[in-house]
Design a binder for this molecule. Structure first.
Ligand SMILES: Cc1cc2nc3c(=O)[nH]c(=O)nc-3n(C[C@H](O)[C@H](O)[C@H](O)COP(=O)(O)OP(=O)(O)OC[C@H]3O[C@@H](n4cnc5c(N)ncnc54)[C@H](O)[C@@H]3O)c2cc1C
Length: 437
């Protein structure tokens, strides 16, 4: 089907890194006929993962989703719906599992795709560290499907409380989040905002703020431990001010149908439990036995982002283990890393195709921001002129929103991103502040 002369670049995973890269490559190489670009994803739509907690709480609608079919058509790359299940680096092929709809009807059969260059960008999953009862009783926030399930579960819980279906005399909801990193913190604040919105939208039993207990459990002695102390303190202060109960230095021993048991025996009752305590790479990577697998099951890469065992196979984003020489650790699983790597990979693949020497990826840490729902944001910004600067409030909130805008600009173009952002702001004024169905 494809002309043999054009190198075929296949990207697996259309998330923060993969979609960004597919867009850049199709504009720079695809449209000029210098390469054929194919993006594979197991879903039909892309959702900016750092917004998942807002979808899960119902405070954000799905207007930000991007259809791969439409996007690929407009930008000039191929999209293939499929789930990667095997990789042969000698034959330079990948195998895609069949995809079925909810009624188990076949949407796409098993297929083999040939590549000249392959970029793995399949992200990460929550890591339950084998903790007892977690996979049965806790919800996770890794995919849009899980976020939608959580939103439905939260709505149903609120309805049950209101109608008395939760039991005679039950007047409180207990929500427990395990993991005080950025995901857990942002989710706790968003759930507080969502339950306040429920109270304003007909769930009268939630009008008393003490009718919802939100507990955030963290094993370390401070929240967002990857960020500076000062940021952790401010985040803790802000969460306490919206009545989130913080349980620091607390290890979860077991999750049960009734709640979470801590080491030491304390039981925290909960109707809704969300596990957000760390990540690992998707399990499929371990089965691709030609690769070096690093900590958290990620693909080990050289500084060029080539995997250590196969030069034509690159890895970016959360599924890649790439050294951060300045810190002596591996790069953190952040959207900022994935998008910088996508930008770098566009030029890197051009060099590879032109037979030029490859360069080494250098990560520039521009800081991190944690959103406390509509209430605030806290974080640190880094720059040569600035040094490290802690910011909070309105400015931090704008900077946090800018991250999503920058991603939208990269994948949609700045004109389209601006219009979508303005429309989204306008929609907020005319539709309910919360998804209620
Ligand atoms: C709630 C939440 C808040 C966050 N907030 C921030 C933040 O504020 N700032 C920040 O920098 N980072 C944040 N992150 C982390 C950030 O979202 C990730 O680091 C980033 O999305 C990683 O990008 P990626 O491209 O590697 O993977 P992803 O964006 O996860 O994309 C992976 C893609 O691969 C696809 N895929 C997976 N497996 C397969 C397969 N076998 N076959 C085919 N396709 C597959 C998936 O469908 C998905 O489209 C947050 C994460 C969460 C969950």
């Amino acid at each position: 089907m494809r002309p043999e002369t054009k190198p075929h670049i296949v990207i697996v995973g259309g998330g923060a890194g993969g979609l960004n890269l597919a867009t850049r490559l199709s504009r720079s190489l695809g449209r000029r006929g210098l390469a054929e670009v194919t993006l594979v994803d197991e879903n039909l739509t892309h959702m900016w993962k750092p917004s998942l907690h807002e979808f899960a709480s119902g405070t954000k609608g799905n207007e930000d989703e991007i259809s791969f079919l439409e996007h690929s058509n407009r930008n000039g790359y191929n999209f293939r719906l499929g789930r990667l299940s095997a990789l042969d680096s000698e034959a330079k092929t990948i195998l895609l599992d069949p995809v079925r709809d909810s009624a188990q009807k076949l949407l796409a059969p098993q297929r083999i795709l040939h590549f000249d260059y392959l970029v793995m960008a399949i992200g990460s999953r929550s890591n339950d560290f084998g903790c007892k009862g977690v996979s049965e009783h806790c919800m996770f926030l890794d995919t849009p499907k899980q976020a939608k399930k959580m939103q439905a579960e939260l709505l149903n819980l609120c309805l049950r409380l209101e109608t008395g279906a939760l039991g005679d005399g039950v007047s409180k909801l207990n929500i427990c989040i395990i993991g005080g990193g950025a995901t857990g913190v942002e989710l706790a604040a968003e759930l507080r905002e969502a339950t306040e919105q429920f109270a304003r939208n007909g769930i009268d039993k939630l009008r008393d703020p003490s009718s919802v207990n939100i507990t955030l459990i963290e094993a370390a002695d401070r929240l967002v431990a990857a960020l500076p102390d000062q940021v952790s303190e401010k985040v803790a202060q802000k969460l306490r001010s919206i009545d989130v109960d913080l349980r620091l230095s607390s290890m979860v021993e077991e999750a049960t149908a009734d709640g979470v048991r801590l080491k030491g025996g304390d039981m925290i009752p909960a109707e809704l439990m969300i596990w957000a305590a760390g990540i690992k790479a998707p399990a499929i990577l371990k089965d691709l036995n030609t690769f070096d697998i690093g900590s958290l099951g990620r693909l080990c890469t050289k500084p060029t982002l080539q995997t250590t065992k196969s030069d034509p196979v690159f890895a970016i984003g959360d599924c890649a283990e790439c050294l951060w020489p300045e810190k002596g650790t591996s790069l953190p699983p952040r959207a900022q890393v994935a998008s910088q790597q996508a930008e770098f990979m566009e030029a890197q693949l051009r060099r590879a195709i032109e037979g030029k020497p490859l360069e080494e990826f250098r990560y520039v840490d521009r800081g991190s921001l944690v959103a406390i729902s509509k209430y605030s944001a806290v974080g640190s910004l880094m720059g040569k002129a600035l040094g490290t600067m802690t910011i909070e409030g309105w400015l931090a909130r704008r900077a946090y929103r800018y991250l999503h805008y920058a991603h939208e600009s990269a994948v949609q173009g700045s004109w389209r991103a601006t219009v979508r952002s303005l429309l989204s702001q306008a929609m907020k004024r005319v539709r309910p502040q919360l998804k209620l169905h």
